[in-house]
Design a protein around this ligand. Structure first.
Ligand code: ANZ
Length: 807
């Protein structure tokens, strides 16, 4: 019988679908395992081989865990709101719903032809009103808790197109020659900052890659510092700065405020006013990155005003510069040019004094010294001295002194870089925000959810920057017992739907609740979440935030949603570049699937290298995998045979040992997601069985079960050939016998100058260096080596070690 992958794969895919082989069980006695993919945005260009990497990995885990007796939840769905479908609609008038439907069905088709063991009865789509009803419900909970509010926020406004751009679109539009400015607009904002501390703290409870945790920590950006009030000369108010280095206060030689600081214009003295106004206007036209990029030459303008340094009593000039951010700290800083590089550059450019207050290894006029490990100098006045103190002690002393000073000159303050989350988009293709605005200025939640999208004529935003919903009067206006109202026209960002989808998979059809508590308690947390590193910050932070809100509402019982996270490394094109349409190096999944079949593609994706590594695709490499599948097939079928070649003989002792070693290796590697080495172990085993002419049922069936999570179709077919009526996906995972799996122990002789002086035991396959090290420690050998110098070391693996020595 020949191996015909396409017939076999189609046969089993149909069978799995008909029999709902992978529906998660209702048996709550069983331990559960929830393994989740980052669900895709169904784009028009379809799936490429890179997308399949993570999905193959989770599928192997799902199938492996089923064989180990777990009740497995392995679902798939679509993150289907978003810009591309909307932009296509603007260009062609096609309703985004239609585009989405077509794309979803292509995606689903490809995933099914990969043989992924999803429980398709749980498929969800974020654009389905039955789904987004609950996204809107969560929004209203946030609103009730005061975690959703309206604020004036700067948006990216494109002057020519008269639309608000998403951050992702800004570069593209600038490249096309459009003007983009920042302009304040009324926006919904979510108070994620209220959860900053918990978002940081609970990172301690999850099993995530350290680099992802670190990225989250950096994004949240907690810092401990002091707010210090500087008395302004000729003004009745103080200027409050935020510093993480109160230990450097004696070295503060000028102050800088951001161009948007409320005092900016007020501090400008008459002679400086024109220049100050000009500077503020210019800053408004720059993006945040343009302002804060480290390479950027510092710019600034002097206000003409002065403020008193509380430590030195000196009057410090107050400047305005755009490297100080409005939205961080107090939007004002004390500059210590000797010990902060931005301040140093600024001082050099504008000729401001530089004063060393941390002992520096070089002249601070020549270069900045940012080191914290040095001690304080030049830092004393009549009331306090911190000279000779280290950072931590000096920090505490200064903070305490400032706090104790008359009226409190300073106050300890924890700050976060994290900003509240701007949550509204001026778009059609998103979840409508379910809020009604009444004529008297009050707001009320929509009473019936879901609030669905009306049909519109055109998908273009209005010229005032509102979403196209603002043009649909029949939808927009209404009246109820509270009076006349206008609906909110903003929609939610694409992040919204993906913030909580992992919960809905647990109870996708529930129309009364977001999730049934008993189901939630059984299935949560997600045990393993695999996806791209590009989601290391925002998606994971946003969903952790919502999860914590739901936890506070008693909707979920766990503090964190995703217990273990794994980022797969990207698969590059054959040219070693990131796959992209513009480079023309994309390898569509469908092409390789029809040429080589799902089992070969699955194995090949995993055999490319360690899952976490970035690696290039190489179509030639699949050939080797196809040959391996042919060899696996021939364990059961000789090419022209009409009956399988499998016998009921007991495998030889040597084969049994080989087999149990393989079971051990494949099991351990699979647990650790080391699929490439698990596959090579199976390759070796299959070769050895052929070499030994071993077609014993016991050995062959072991290979089939081990291989089944990786190559489910071929193994399912051969399993059936061997007389099994039930799917191999339910077969018990083989258990290794530690005695058989253990390395053989050999007795090694130790000679000194050719004379036998002792022996020791070592595992077969022990490396030369290890043998030599062990030989030197054998008690009876030691005295013959003592005081001698070894001129030569000889190790014969598995047999002996000989030392040639001279006195
Ligand atoms: C004096 C000083 C001396 C500072 C020194 C640093 C080093 P993190 O750790 O990121 O919180 N800063 C404060 N507010 C700012 C703003 N709105 N825009 C730009 N910079 C701002 O950083 C806090 C430090 O960044 C603060 O401590 C302040 O500079 C600056 F040797 O104050 B520091």
């Amino acid at each position: 019988m020949k191996y015909d992958f396409s017939t076999i794969e189609r046969k089993w895919q149909a069978r799995w679908a008909n029999e709902e082989t992978f529906a998660s069980g209702q048996d709550r006695e069983k331990p559960k395992y929830y393994v989740l993919d980052m669900f895709p945005y169904p784009s028009g260009s379809g799936l490429h081989v890179g997308h399949l990497e993570g999905y193959t990995a989770t599928d192997i885990v799902a199938r492996y865990k089923r064989c180990r007796g777990f009740n497995v939840l392995h679902p798939m769905g679509w993150d289907a709101f978003g810009l591309p479908a909307e932009q296509f609609a603007i260009k062609t008038g096609t309703h985004p719903r239609l585009t989405t439907e077509v794309n979803v069905s292509n995606f689903r088709e490809t995933l099914k032809s990969m043989g992924f063991s999803y429980d398709w009865s749980r498929e969800i789509n974020t654009t389905d009103p039955n789904y987004f009803k609950w996204t809107q419900w969560i929004f209203l909970k946030l609103y009730e808790k005061g975690l959703a509010y309206i604020s004036e926020v700067d948006v990216n406004w494109c002057e020519e197109l008269k639309v608000v751009l998403a951050n992702e679109e800004v570069d593209e539009k600038l490249a096309d020659g459009y003007t983009v400015v920042r302009r304040p607009l009324r926006q919904w904002v979510l108070k994620i900052t209220a959860y900053a501390e918990r978002l940081l703290e609970d990172l301690g409870d999850v099993d995530w890659p350290e680099n992802v945790k670190q990225m989250q920590r950096n994004w949240i950006g907690r810092s401990e510092g002091v707010e210090i009030d500087f008395e302004l000369r000729c003004h009745r108010t103080n200027l409050r700065v935020y510093t993480t280095r109160p230990d450097t206060l004696f070295g503060a030689t000028y102050l800088v405020i951001s161009p948007e600081h409320p005092m900016a214009e007020k501090l400008a003295i008459a002679q400086q006013l024109v220049e100050v106004k000009k500077y503020i206007e210019q800053a408004r036209l720059k993006t945040e990155l343009e302002r804060t990029g480290l390479q950027k030459e510092k710019t600034g303008v002097f206000t003409g005003s002065y403020a008193i340094n509380p430590a030195t009593g000196e009057a410090l000039p107050v400047w305005i510069s755009d490297f100080v951010l409005t939205s961080y700290g107090t939007g004002a800083i004390m500059s210590v040019p000797a010990h902060d590089s931005r301040d140093w550059e600024f001082a050099k450019k504008f000729g401001l004094p530089i004063r060393e207050v941390i002992k520096s290894p070089h002249d601070v006029e020549e270069a900045v010294f940012e080191g914290k490990e040095s001690l304080c100098v030049n830092s004393s006045n009549d009331e306090i001295s911190i000279d000779g103190l280290d950072f931590k002690t000096a920090f505490d002393r200064m903070a305490a002194w400032l706090e104790s000073k008359g009226k409190g000159k300073g106050k300890r303050k924890v700050n976060y870089k994290l900003r509240d989350w701007v949550f509204s988009r001026q778009r059609y293709w998103g979840e409508p925000i379910p809020i009604k605005h009444y004529d008297d200025g009050s707001m009320r939640p929509e009473t019936t959810l879901p609030l669905t999208l009306p049909e519109v004529e055109a998908y273009q935003p209005t010229s005032t920057g509102e979403s196209p919903l603002a043009n649909i009067e029949s939808w927009l206006y209404g009246e109820d017992e509270h009076g006349k109202f206008r609906r909110e026209t903003n929609t939610m960002p694409q992040w919204a739907g993906s913030c909580w989808y992992y919960l809905r998979f647990i109870d996708p059809q529930n129309s009364d609740e977001l999730i049934d508590p008993a189901r939630e308690q059984y299935w949560m947390n997600v045990d393993l979440y695999i996806g791209g590193a590009e989601h290391a910050v925002l998606h994971l932070l946003y969903s952790r935030f919502w999860h914590k809100v739901l936890y506070d509402l008693d909707v979920v019982s766990t503090r964190e949603p995703f217990q273990r996270l794994f980022n797969q490394g990207m698969i590059l094109g054959e040219d070693n570049e990131k796959m992209s349409k513009s480079r023309g190096n994309v390898i569509p999944a469908d092409h390789v699937l029809s040429a080589y079949g799902a089992d070969a593609v699955r194995l090949y994706e995993m055999f490319l290298g360690p899952l976490e590594q970035v690696k290039p695709w190489n179509t030639n490499g699949i050939e080797g995998i196809s040959r391996f599948l042919g060899k696996a097939w021939r364990l059961v079928w000789e090419e022209f045979a009409e009956t399988p070649r499998v016998t009921d003989d007991k495998p030889s002792e040597a084969i049994l040992k080989r087999m149990h070693k393989a079971i051990k290796k494949v099991t351990e590697d699979t647990e650790q997601l080391k699929f490439n080495t698990a596959i090579s172990e199976m390759m070796v085993l299959v070769n050895e069985l052929h070499r030994a002419n071993c077609y014993s049922r016991e050995a062959v069936e072991t290979v089939l079960v081990l291989l089944s999570p990786f190559a489910p179709h071929i193994t399912e077919e051969l399993w059936q050939t061997l007389g099994h009526a039930e799917s191999i996906s339910g077969a018990a995972w083989p258990v290794f016998d530690p005695a058989l799996a253990a390395d053989d122990v050999l007795t090694i002789a130790v000679q000194v100058n050719g004379k036998l002086r002792g022996t020791f035991e070592a595992p077969a396959g022990c490396a030369r260096e290890e043998m030599i090290e062990a030989a030197k420690k054998v008690e009876s050998v030691v005295k013959f080596l003592d005081g001698q110098s070894i001129v030569k070391e000889i190790a014969v693996p598995g047999k002996l070690v000989n030392f040639a020595v001279k006195p």
